[in-house]
Design a protein around this ligand. Structure first.
Ligand SMILES: [Zn+2]
Length: 78
């Protein structure tokens, strides 16, 4: 009779990551149907999406480094 080692089920970080991935996949799949049904899942997807993409939404602004503004050379004749 082998002693059975029973590991307590402790939620670990990897578990949470898995949950996050699953949720994300689920929401993406829901949104991928192209039906903006406006349900709770749609709204969750939009929230998650905006958070995950927020670093892309605004390009990092470089410090003003010698940006010479080129004056418009051509006078626009109407
Ligand atoms: Zn929906």
């Amino acid at each position: 009779m082998a002693p059975q080692v029973e590991l307590p089920r402790v939620p670990e970080a990897s578990d949470e990551s898995d949950v996050l991935r699953e949720q994300l996949e689920y929401l993406i799949e829901h949104a991928a149907r192209g039906v903006a049904c406006g349900c709770t899942e749609c709204q969750r997807y939009l929230r998650v999406r905006s958070v995950l993409l927020e670093i892309f939404a605004e390009p990092p602004r470089p410090p003003r480094a010698n940006v010479t503004q080129i004056p418009a050379p051509l006078a626009r004749a109407a």
